[in-house]
Design a protein around this ligand. Structure first.
Ligand code: XMP
Length: 326
């Protein structure tokens, strides 16, 4: 049984040299644990699962089977980046499933946030299980469990994820970054050669854009949200805010207001900018965004995104506003 307790004398991984030493040690440990068997990994493209994937590719190459489920609620370019980095650059054994229609069909007409979350979580497990069943000789399941998951939830994340698998599928867990803190996972990811845009990614909720396309999700509003969010990210990258702000995104409510475009009445949705700083997500403050940047973003979103006719900036700290709108 591998230990789930971080040794008191374990040095914080802050440098490439320390990361390299960690990687070397984990490569040996994973090879010893797995032998010549196959390992399955749900690769979301988030920091933790991406770093685990890169580490396991180094350790066991094609014995790792990565499954990337695109639930249709990813940000612009995210699934494409997973395919580019893992299939094209790292030559991973990657199964890509575009399950957009399944998710969006199930979510159609559902406005209640917790119900939306349940549908997204449940459908994810279903799609992943269907794929797992098609594969043969898999004995291990890799997970991006990190040390705060173990500390905060007493290993609940691990049980959660495995708990979603059918009872007749028995996997032994492979969790190579389970003793690391998030900042260490990022250092290890960089040492493994993953792009900064993947390793330094801001937190992104599991239900993805599903909880930012407020109320009942429609494809046209989801598309507008994704495009507006991409513009926000691009402009934050351009002016250096991307590395200063902890989490920033767009939410699009299910309401329209009147506007004018090309001398005609133009009804559209508002795009709401949220940009917050926090250390633990329990409380959050509002980043002061220069007006020039806000004007530029407003100009681009209202001109480039079909269906959006206003841009609003959410000034509400947490508490009282949660970071997400639903
Ligand atoms: P709130 O909205 O509660 O968000 O202030 C705090 C942090 O949690 C993220 N968040 C989620 N993450 N599944 C997730 O994986 C969820 O359902 C979920 N809801 C909120 C949110 O993005 C923020 O970082």
């Amino acid at each position: 049984m591998l230990s789930n307790k971080r040794p008191d004398n374990m040095e914080r991984i802050t440098t490439q040299a320390l990361a390299d030493a960690f990687i070397e040690e984990q490569v040996k440990e994973v090879r010893a644990q797995v032998g010549d068997k196959k390992v399955l990994l749900a690769l979301s493209g988030g920091v933790d699962s991406s770093v685990v994937a890169a580490l396991l590719i180094k350790a066991i190459g094609k014995q790792l089977v990565c499954v990337h489920v695109n639930h249709g609620l990813m940000r612009k370019g995210e699934s494409e980046q997973v395919i580019e980095v893992f299939r094209n650059q790292l030559d991973a054994n990657l199964i890509y499933i575009d399950a957009t229609d399944r998710f969006l069909d199930k979510l159609a007409g559902v406005a209640e946030p917790e119900k939306k979350r349940k549908i997204i979580g449940g459908e994810f497990i279903e799609v992943f299980n269907e794929e797992a069943r098609k594969l043969e000789n898999i004995e291990f399941l890799a997970q991006g469990t990190i040390y705060p998951d173990i500390l905060e939830s007493d290993g609940v994340k691990a049980h959660h994820n495995v708990g979603g698998l059918p009872e007749d599928m028995h996997f032994e867990l492979v969790e190579p970054v389970r003793l690391l803190y998030k900042d260490e996972v990022r250092v290890v990811g960089k040492a493994l050669g993953l792009p900064a845009s993947m390793v330094d990614r801001q937190p992104f909720p599991g239900p993805g854009l599903g909880v930012r396309c407020l109320g009942a999700i429609t494809r046209d509003r989801l598309h507008a949200l994704r495009e507006a969010d991409a513009i926000l990210r691009e402009e934050f990258d351009n002016c250096g805010l991307a590395t200063k702000v902890w989490q920033y995104f767009i939410a699009v409510p299910d309401m329209k207001s009147v506007g004018v475009k090309d001398n005609k009445r133009y009804e559209g949705w508002p795009a709401i900018i949220r940009a917050v700083n926090t250390t633990d997500a329990m409380t959050a403050t509002i980043e002061e965004i220069p007006y020039t940047v806000l004007h530029k973003i407003t100009d681009r979103i209202t001109h480039e995104v079909e269906g959006i006719n206003r841009v609003l900036f959410d000034l509400t700290p947490k508490p009282i506003g949660t970071i997400e709108w639903e």
